[in-house]
Design a protein around this ligand. Structure first.
Ligand SMILES: NC(=O)N[C@@H](CC(=O)O)C(=O)O
Ligand SMILES: [Zn+2]
Ligand SMILES: [Zn+2]
Length: 419
């Protein structure tokens, strides 16, 4: 563990300070023998927290491991990621959740928080061991069948009832599979017709959100909506929040920046679920993230092998990388609407609160764990998909000019990334 002094960093509120770090915590005075890091012109934010990361271990270690995904997270300024349950096998028992926890601890680069499946094998028919996963060493708080939607409202209701006993959270992949079937891969509209790709209409998202917020209300339980992609979805969440329903939501970096026009060349890098939408939807998502209707940015970092992407558009795997450029994309798309305090809230404080993760999303104050990211607000780069810690190369920002902010990431006082 390093003793450090980060000198002259600006905090999210604009004030400037020296941050002293010893034994993994922020301390009041410069520790003896501390390395001094000059942070003049840099901004220190609490370490970023992702509620939605796909690490592919166990099962597809060729595309990502807990270690490689953790390294990508650290490079992106993250100190905590929630590992989605759609691995092979699925994280649907206490033992499997503990295994993911242990892999995360062994890597030691970020706090890896296992997400438990809602249903066994993500099959949508039988509840997984929700209580046992919660009571395990993994202490699972967040449950999701992400990758597929829990279509059966009766199962969803029983899952809400279960997790309400311990304040757990259900994170839903909102996609009515009767309205947007497994083949649906393009925003339904003029372009899907022209490209001849099966359409995925916005209403397939909003009907599930409408159903689930009412189930959350009826059961007194908490809902989190994964990767909101439509104006209609935003409107339902706005209505539910105004009514006092315990719902939170996330938007991905790619849905904040990219649009359906990327699909014109049939490049499967841009195939993702839910699909990229139009400018009007992107504008609604940005406005909702700014006004807090959408609480947080979830990366939906979804690594895939080239041979799983190298197919006709309809047959390619959906998903794109997100951890390393998440902060850059938020800076690029939200510059006029979120100040540093707003970014710290949406990318650290809010997701830590929603996931119930202790020691993350905390103010950079004496006594707190030293989880932080040092950011250069000015630097830019042209993104190169080869320059990634991920084992996969499905980076949708390849060749684009974007901010390149992350100078240094500290996880519990340890340097996990340094430019
Ligand atoms: N977003 C995606 O297109 N893919 C995700 C699954 C998911 O988030 O639904 C994946 O696991 O690859
Ligand atoms: Zn999903
Ligand atoms: Zn996902």
């Amino acid at each position: 563990m390093t003793n450090l002094t980060i000198a002259g960093a600006a905090l999210a509120d604009g004030s400037r300070t020296d941050l002293h770090i010893a034994d993994g915590r922020l301390v009041a005075e410069a520790p003896s023998g501390a390395e001094r890091i000059d942070a003049d012109g840099l901004v220190a934010l609490p370490g970023l927290v992702d509620l939605h990361t796909h690490l592919r271990e166990p099962g597809r270690e060729d595309t990502e491991t807990v270690e490689s995904g953790s390294r990508a997270a650290a490079r992106g300024g993250f100190t905590c990621v929630h590992a989605m349950a759609n691995t092979q096998p699925v994280t649907d028992t206490a033992e499997k959740a503990e295994h993911v926890l242990d892999l995360g601890r062994a890597a030691g680069l970020v706090q890896v928080v296992p997400v438990g499946a809602i249903t066994k094998g993500l099959a949508g028919t039988e509840l997984a061991e929700l209580g046992l996963m919660h009571d395990s060493r993994a202490g699972v708080n967040v449950f999701s069948d992400d990758g597929v939607c829990v279509m059966d409202a009766g199962i969803m209701r029983r899952a809400f009832e279960w997790v309400s006993r311990f304040g757990g959270l259900l994170a839903q992949h909102a996609q009515d599979s009767n309205l947007a079937g497994p083949g649906a891969c393009c925003h339904e509209g003029e372009l899907s017709g022209r490209l001849g790709l099966p359409g995925w209409p916005p209403v397939a998202e909003s009907v599930i959100i409408a159903r689930d917020v009412q189930l959350a209300e009826a059961t007194g339980s908490r809902l989190h909506v994964c990767h909101v992609s439509t104006s209609e979805g935003v409107e339902v969440i706005r209505w539910a929040k105004a009514r006092g329903i315990a719902v939170t939501a996330e938007v991905t970096p790619h849905h904040l920046l990219l649009t359906t026009s990327e699909l014109a060349g049939y490049d499967t890098t841009y195939k993702v679920n839910p699909p990229l939408r139009t400018d009007e939807h992107v504008e609604s998502l940005r406005a909702a993230l700014a006004d807090g209707t959408i609480d947080t940015v979830g990366t939906d970092h979804a690594p895939h092998a080239a041979h799983d992407k190298d197919h006709a558009f309809v047959d390619a795997r959906p998903g794109m990388l997100g951890l390393e450029q998440a902060l850059a994309v938020v800076m690029e798309t939200m510059a006029e609407r979120l100040d540093w305090a707003g970014i710290a809230d949406r990318m650290s404080i809010a997701p830590a609160r929603i996931g119930g993760v202790a020691g993350q999303g905390r103010p950079l104050a004496v006594g707190e764990p030293a989880n932080l990211v040092l950011v250069d607000p000015e630097r830019r780069t042209t993104v190169d998909r080869a320059a990634s810690a991920s084992r996969s190369r499905n980076n949708p920002y390849h060749g684009r000019s974007l901010p390149d902010p992350v100078e240094l990431t500290l996880f519990r006082g340890r340097i996990t990334h340094r430019r």
